[in-house]
Ligand binder design. Structure first.
Ligand code: G3I
Length: 499
């Protein structure tokens, strides 16, 4: 527990720190105005620039290449999301029935997490890259094996995955708009929703995506997917996002952005999941068009390219990526970075919460990443008492009431102590402590609610930072702090009304 003298020390050092930062920022602003006025906002890597727009820029990576320092250097420098190119697929994770191997999947996961990146999971169920034993099953035996696979793999990675491709490539090419024939499809048309329900039960924190190719414009195939997503949303089947692979040739469909937008309008996120573009005079331009389309669609949360260097690509000889075989940046790279930097610095608009909070009610706030509840540590009743996460007990020190401050801002009052959530000493720094304090209706005690696919982010009025579980911890007693809003699972909270 923090003592009073600790608190005084923190306040003193916070003031000193603030004075230093103010002086440093004033100096930096002056220097920037004089020297760098036109380029002050331009980030120099894809991930950093995308993050300025509230998005990620990722790459598919392969475990077998992680020992190559040129490769890993680019991954760590440029990208803030990773997808395993093959390592989390069915043949890799369950090579014989009921025997699960996660060694290479975990290598990709740890590569991403240790670099502060999001990890996209790819792919739980797919007609291709099935292990031999699954290929030879059918009917109920296959359905049960498939759902068990989803449950086991999603459980293994619970709390670590930003978004799962739950089902990959289940629609037919051509003009039918129908499902692809496959052993999975022959278990019954409801196999996709069964997979999504199993994934949600196993990892409630992950966004659940449907992912496909040749759906990158408005056409019969994408309309088939659209109709399925609309049906899922209307019946409450858990789906959060749609992935558009975007393996593109020398042209791009004129309806690319409009297609993303029509899916977003159904109430799901959209993501570009496997982008690569055939080499040619239009390559750089197509990469820019895709980037601009994503920035223009508020619910397009990020872009992933399918590999690092041309020599890493599955499209041998087509040189479809952003780095050449030596790891040098291509014109396509510059084109993407410029498009990202030209996109302005505002984060995408978010839809308001689906309904207003009930200011007469008491709520538990469950963290999306950890599944733990916002908690006044050790039932403190004093100013400065720590706020942590703890396993849900439903006790009064986990119950919170929203007190209206006007203008869309609320204080969160503890049922146990009567104190409110407070960013200590009006800090505006990342990782500053969130404590409880006497309700003074200060701007450091007021929070705006931002909808995150049914979860909420709480943005502090004074600092504009988000309430989060520090370091995405899943442990009891982990600190609650404020941090730059990047829509991480550890910044998202589910409200459960309990009184
Ligand atoms: O690792 C073995 C190697 O030991 C063996 O000698 C060699 C012989 O062919 O095969 C190697 O495995 C290959 C693996 O990639 C790793 O390189 C597989 O044969 C090959 O089939 C596999 O291809 C992957 C392909 O999916 C499988 O369909 C590609 O790497 C991967 O980029 C590609 O990714 C898919 C997405 O998952 C879904 N969307 C389309 C996309 C492109 O096809």
């Amino acid at each position: 527990m923090t003592t009073r003298s600790d608190q005084r020390g923190v306040r003193r050092s916070a003031r000193r720190w603030k004075a230093l930062v103010t002086a440093a920022v004033a100096g930096a602003v002056l220097a920037a105005t004089v020297i760098f006025a036109q380029t002050a906002d331009a980030a120099s890597t894809l991930g950093a620039s995308a993050a300025e727009k509230g998005r990620y820029f990722g790459a598919a990576i392969a475990a077998g290449r992680l020992s190559d320092p040129v490769y890993t250097g680019i991954v760590n420098r440029e990208f803030n999301a990773v997808t395993p190119e093959n390592e989390m697929k069915w043949d890799a994770t369950e090579p014989s029935q009921g025997r699960f191997t996660y060694t290479n999947g975990d290598r990709i996961l740890n590569q991403g997490l240790s670099n502060g990146s999001r990890v996209r999971g790819h792919a739980l169920l797919w007609h291709a890259q099935q292990p031999g034993w699954a290929q030879s099953l059918s009917g109920t035996a296959l359905r049960n094996a498939a759902i068990n696979h989803v449950t086991q793999v999603a459980t293994h990675y619970r709390g670590k995955i930003y978004a799962w491709d739950v089902v990959n490539e289940a629609f037919a090419d051509g003009g039918s708009g129908g499902r692809r024939d496959s052993n999975l499809q022959r278990t019954g048309n409801d196999w996709i929703e069964a997979a999504f329900r199993a994934a949600r039960a196993a990892d409630p924190g992950a966004k659940l995506c449907y992912n496909d190719y040749n759906t990158d414009g408005i056409n019969a195939k994408s309309t088939g997917v659209y109709t399925m997503v609309r049906d899922f949303k209307s019946r409450g089947v858990p789906i959060d996002c749609v992935g558009f692979q975007s393996h593109l040739g020398t042209g791009i469909d004129a309806s690319y952005q409009a297609n993303l937008q029509r899916f977003a309008d159904l109430g799901v996120d959209v993501q570009i999941t496997e982008l690569d573009v055939q080499q040619g005079s239009s390559q750089a331009g197509i990469f820019a068009t895709v980037t601009q389309a994503c920035l223009a669609v508020a619910r397009c949360t990020g872009i992933t390219v399918w590999g690092i260097r041309d020599s890493d690509s599955w499209r041998t000889g087509q040189n479809p990526l952003l780095f050449d075989n030596s790891g040098a940046k291509k014109a396509a790279y510059t084109s993407v970075l410029n498009a990202l930097n030209a996109g302005g610095t505002t984060t995408p608009p978010t839809t308001p919460p689906s309904g207003p909070v009930n200011t007469n009610a008491w709520y538990l706030l469950m963290n999306r990443n950890s599944g733990k509840a916002l908690d006044v540590y050790n039932f403190s009743t004093t100013d400065g008492g720590r706020i942590t996460q703890w396993t849900r007990s439903g006790a009064n020190n986990q119950q919170w009431q929203f007190v209206d401050s006007g203008g869309g801002y609320y204080r969160l009052k503890s049922r146990h102590s009567g104190k409110v959530l407070d960013v200590y000493n009006f800090s505006t720094a990342d990782a500053a402590s969130v404590v409880q304090w006497t309700d003074l209706n200060g701007t450091n005690q007021q929070w705006r609610l931002v909808d995150s696919s049914g979860y909420l982010r709480l943005i502090n009025r004074n600092s504009s930072k988000a309430l989060e579980v520090q370091n995405a911890s899943t442990a009891d007693g982990a600190n609650i702090v404020q941090y730059t809003d990047w829509a991480g699972n550890n910044q998202q909270w589910q409200l459960i009304q309990v009184g």
